[in-house]
Structures are given as C-alpha cells and as structure tokens.
Write a protein that binds this ligand. Structure first.
Ligand SMILES: [Zn+2]
Length: 358
C-alpha cells in the first residue's frame, strides 16, 4: 500500500486530527491574570463549586493585548448562555449554550439574552474590580455578512435595528469611537481582529474562503493605513477560532481560484489522506486502476485559512510577531466551539468582538 503511494509520489498519513490544540500566545483571561499566588487563590475562590450553575461565557482573549486598558476584545465559545437548541444536555439549568447568531433552530429572545451575557462578560468580566456595568454604554454592531471584500465604517450610535446585522452588508468594520463594539459572527470562518494601538482604532473581519480570496483582511488593513493614517508599526492582529487545515477539505476549484490570486497559494494547501478504518483494514477491496486523484483513495485537499489570513496581515504591513493566532480548530472541538462543517450546518454562531471602552 505505502509502496503504491510512493509510486504515485505521495506519502500517506492519517487525517491530521487536532494535536491537542495549543493556545499559543493566547489563553483564557482568567488564567493569564492570575499570576501571583495571592491572585491565584482569589481566582480559585471564585471557581465553580460542584452543583453550582456555570459562571458565564468563556471568553478567549489575547494576553498581549491586556496592557491596553482602553481596549475591549474577545472571542466567544459555546459555553455560558441560555440556548438549548444545539445540545440536548444543555437543558440543565445553568448549562445553556451561547448561540450569538439568529438561526432557525434558536429563538431571537435566546440570542438577545446571550448577546447581553457576552457583552457583560467582555466588558465587566468576572475578575475585574467591582465597578458599575458598562454594557449599557456600549453598542454591539454587526454586519449582514456576505463573504465579500467589503469594509464598512461603524460610526456613532445607531438605533437598535440598524446595529443588528440586518442593515449593513459587508465583511469588515472599522471603528474609532468609544462605546462601539464590532462583532463578527462565525461557526468555522475565521474572525480577525486588528488594533491601531497609537490612534486607538479597531477593526474586525470575517474571513471564510471567499472573503479570504477577496482579500478582506488585506483590504481592511490597507483601508486603515490609507484612510485612517495607521502606521504599520502601531498595528497588531488576532486570528480567532475557526476551521483548521486539519479539517477544512475543499474542492479543486478552490485551489484554482487561490492559484489565480496568490503567488503563495501552494503553501496554503495540503493533500491529506483521510483515514478510513475499513479501507485501512481491507485495502485490496478498494484498489482501482485509476490514476491517483481519480479514485476514492485519492487525497483530499485541505486549505489553511489561518495561514492565508496571516499572510494577508503581513502583506498589509503588520509584523509577524504582532500577529497572534489562537490556532484552535472549531471542527476538531465541537464541545467548545460551534462548527458548521462538523455539525452539518445545524449549529449556533460565535462572535469575535473588539471595541474601545466608553
Ligand atoms: Zn480540525
């Protein structure tokens, strides 16, 4: 079998499953702030006790951004909401899920409650010093995402309907005003957040394969530089949870499209032999006379959207060491993340959000 693959100039390997997802450069806020013994003890005292309801949404943050006390940012996960549509086990009190997008299976009311919980966790946190809630001073702005290269500017406070995703179409937003919280909804697509730390400007992008092909992130950062006067040295970016190259198989037509757009397209694709236990055990049953790539045993093509967007951030002038990628695959970990691909479309939505404190 291996000889066959070698003959075809290919190597065979198992479908690359999540090697324990490393949170390289990123951890949960709770963990990163508790550095001293005293702080750890204080944090531990707040940890969930058996039988107690969960403590609210789990938010993933970039530790390197904690130094900017004017900045609000974070990526939601499934946990800490009131939705029960996507996991029957979530019906126990306090175990609901945090679906943040309007979907057919979930109620609008649940989504609104979850968004409020998310905003509260983002702004007020659980480990910050007690202070009056800021959530009322902040408006979450969303887009009707269309997998485009369209970047919008979110200005001022708008009425509730206009703030929701129904009004503004596009896949990127830029904001300069305190109190505006930009949100990108995803369930496999890559949320990308960018900050100009000198001018205090924030941006958020939605990058699936079509948006990535349309260079949404490169355009967005280009817009920051050309229209907002951002200097590359002042920019830093975060790439949130999304489908990893381990799980994101795509059609040959996607590679053709990327080939036509990016000189580095080859580096974004990988041929993967999906491991099938039956085929592994009885390979002779599946041997065909067809050329490699034309039989069921052929490799599937996997796309690395995180790397594609990292390249765009770099091409737009952001230093590689200031690009923080979570490297967490949504499809590998459906206990923690909603995944459109892994759950055959029956799933909720997460939000990657960024804003300036009011
Ligand atoms: Zn994966």
């Amino acid at each position: 079998m291996d000889a066959l693959f070698r003959l075809a100039g290919l190597t065979r390997g198992p479908h690359r499953k999540a090697t324990a997802p490393s949170e390289s450069g990123l951890t949960r806020k709770k963990k990163t702030v508790s550095t001293t013994k005293k702080q750890r003890a204080r944090a531990a005292s707040k940890l969930q006790k058996p039988g107690q309801a969960n403590t609210g949404p789990e938010i993933l943050r970039v530790p390197q951004w904690e130094q900017y006390d004017w900045l609000i940012h974070g990526f939601s996960t499934r946990s800490g909401g009131v939705s029960t549509a996507y996991r029957p086990g979530a019906r126990k009190p306090g175990c609901g899920e945090l679906n943040l997008g309007p979907t057919a299976a979930d109620s609008r009311d649940n989504v609104e409650r979850n968004r409020a919980l998310f905003a509260h966790a983002l702004l007020d946190g659980t480990d910050r010093k007690a202070r009056p809630s800021q959530t009322k001073k902040v408006q979450l702005r969303l887009l009707r995402q269309i997998h485009s290269g369209l970047v919008r500017r979110a200005t001022g406070r708008v009425d509730a309907d206009a703030a929701s995703e129904e009004s503004l179409r596009g896949d990127g937003m830029i904001a300069t005003e305190p109190g505006t919280l930009l949100g990108i909804q995803t369930a496999d697509c890559i949320p990308v957040l960018v900050v100009d730390v000198r001018q205090r400007i924030v941006a958020a992008f939605h990058a699936g394969w079509r948006g990535t092909l349309a260079r949404i992130v490169e355009r967005g950062v280009g817009c920051l530089r050309a229209e907002f006067g951002s200097r590359p040295g002042d920019l830093t970016a975060a790439i949130g949870p999304g489908i990893g190259r381990c799980c994101y198989s795509v059609g040959e037509e996607v590679r053709t499209e990327f080939d036509s757009q990016f000189a580095y397209a080859d580096a974004l694709f990988e041929e993967v032999f999906d491991l099938d236990p039956i085929k592994e055990k009885y390979p002779m049953l599946f041997l065909t006379a067809r050329a490699p790539g034309h039989s069921n045993l052929g490799p599937s093509l996997h796309l690395d959207l995180v790397e594609a967007n990292r390249r765009q951030l770099m091409d737009a002038g952001i230093a590689p060491e200031k690009i923080y990628a979570l490297n967490l695959c949504t499809a590998c970990d459906t206990r923690r993340f909603f995944s459109h691909r892994a759950e055959q479309g029956f799933t909720g939505r997460m939000i990657g959000a960024i804003g300036i404190r009011p």
